[in-house]
Ligand binder design. Structure first.
Ligand code: GN1
Ligand code: MG
Length: 367
């Protein structure tokens, strides 16, 4: 989904509305995510320079921005309260939302709806692991995040994107897009459509277990890509979880499954060379161990047993979303080349296939 480009003056006008001291020195775009437009600004107060991260939120995707910001503020407040004035909690930092000069949590302006965070310095994010311990660290961080939110009443959070985590819902969206086929693209992806259809039974497993009470509803992060973890440049450890857009009631294994989908992948999410696609089992084991460590005994035996299944299910689910968006004409995810969403869908489905073959090696025995 492409959005209007924005000129420097408009950008500067928006960021100046936030309660930031000093003089604006520079604003640079930051390429991250498929949804929002992100920028980093630098401000000078005499000898010191500070940076801030600004996002123009995508209000086509998130049609209820007040609800999104309510969730982010609720989750952040919950974590800040636990920090009790300290800079870190169990070694993790928490995102610091900067208010507008009118003391609002976000800005509504002619150029869009904006939010701002203090930039967390001396950290980096990555799309791939350069060392297996990074997978452990990322999973530990997301597990920790879930365990810290376990005592937050999920009823306080709004469902900003209805049925976001529901695979049956994603299957329905895919089937609707296929039935309509507005761009006449179905004929170009028969193999992927077949793949999606032959695995449809898998879609209903988790929903059934939630309904029967076999697994609980928990507040989840909802977008546990490796690049949503900031690593400390000095220690190499995970320092901060970012992108709280999809913090909503869900099932915790969604987070674990999405971690595997992205972090244990042997290729990029949009790799065009199918021979590179797969799941790295060393990284997978690190993710399992890190997630168990981070959740600190909070997961039930049933949830732990489902970890390999969740990896396949979430990968399949995101594949359905990419394929549905390709069929619908690229209306949701940003695309940077023709067929981009189809490439992404292909990678997800190939990973599912590989994980089906690796099922025995993915069983979790540790508790
Ligand atoms: C989107 O924009 P980004 O990268 O934070 C999407 C996630 C998908 C992900 C796939 C709100 O996240 O659900 O898993 O792309 N976010 C939304 O890469 O739909
Ligand atoms: Mg996101």
């Amino acid at each position: 989904m492409s959005r209007p480009v924005i000129g420097y003056e408009q950008l500067a006008a928006a960021v100046r509305q936030f309660a930031i001291d000093g003089e604006l020195v520079d604003i640079q775009p930051l390429q991250r995510g498929h949804i929002h437009d992100t920028f980093v600004s630098t401000w000078s107060t005499g000898s010191e320079q500070r940076r801030y991260l600004h996002q123009r939120m995508n209000d086509k995707v998130f049609q209820d921005i007040p609800a999104v910001m309510h969730n982010i503020e609720t989750v952040s407040r919950h974590l800040w309260r636990k920090m009790d004035g300290k800079r870190t909690l169990d070694g993790f930092q928490v995102l610091d939302l900067v208010s507008t000069r009118e003391d609002r949590g976000y800005l509504v302006s002619d150029s869009g709806q904006w939010r701002t965070y203090s930039f967390i310095e001396n950290t980096s994010s990555r799309d791939q692991c350069s060392r297996p311990e990074q997978a452990f660290e990322a999973a530990r961080a997301f597990g920790w995040f879930t365990s810290q939110l376990a005592d937050l009443d999920a009823g306080h959070l709004r469902e900003t994107l209805p049925k976001f985590f529901s695979t049956p819902h994603r299957l329905q969206q895919f089937e609707d897009a296929l039935a309509e086929d507005p761009r006449n693209r179905a004929k170009g992806c028969i193999g992927e459509i077949r793949f999606a259809q032959t695995r449809r039974d898998m879609a209903f497993v988790i929903d059934r277990m939630i309904t029967s009470g076999e697994i609980p509803v928990r507040t989840v992060h909802g977008d546990t890509k490796l690049n949503n973890v900031l690593f400390c440049n000095d220690t190499g450890r995970a320092l901060c979880i970012v992108d709280l857009d999809t913090c909503m009631p869900g099932y915790s294994l969604y987070d674990f499954g999405d971690l595997v989908r992205f972090t244990a992948a042997t290729s990029a999410e949009d790799e065009q060379d199918q021979s590179k696609v797969g799941t790295d089992l060393t990284l997978y084991r690190q993710l399992v161990n890190g997630y168990l460590e981070g959740t600190r005994g909070a997961l039930s035996d049933a949830e732990i047993d489902l970890m390999p299944f969740a990896a396949r299910l979430v990968t399949y689910t995101i594949g359905l979303r990419f394929l549905a968006d390709h069929l619908a004409g690229d209306v949701y995810f940003k695309v940077h080349r023709p067929g981009h969403n189809l490439d992404r869908a292909r990678v997800q489905f190939r990973m599912v296939e590989k994980m089906e073959q690796q099922a025995d090696e993915m069983v979790v025995t540790a508790r």
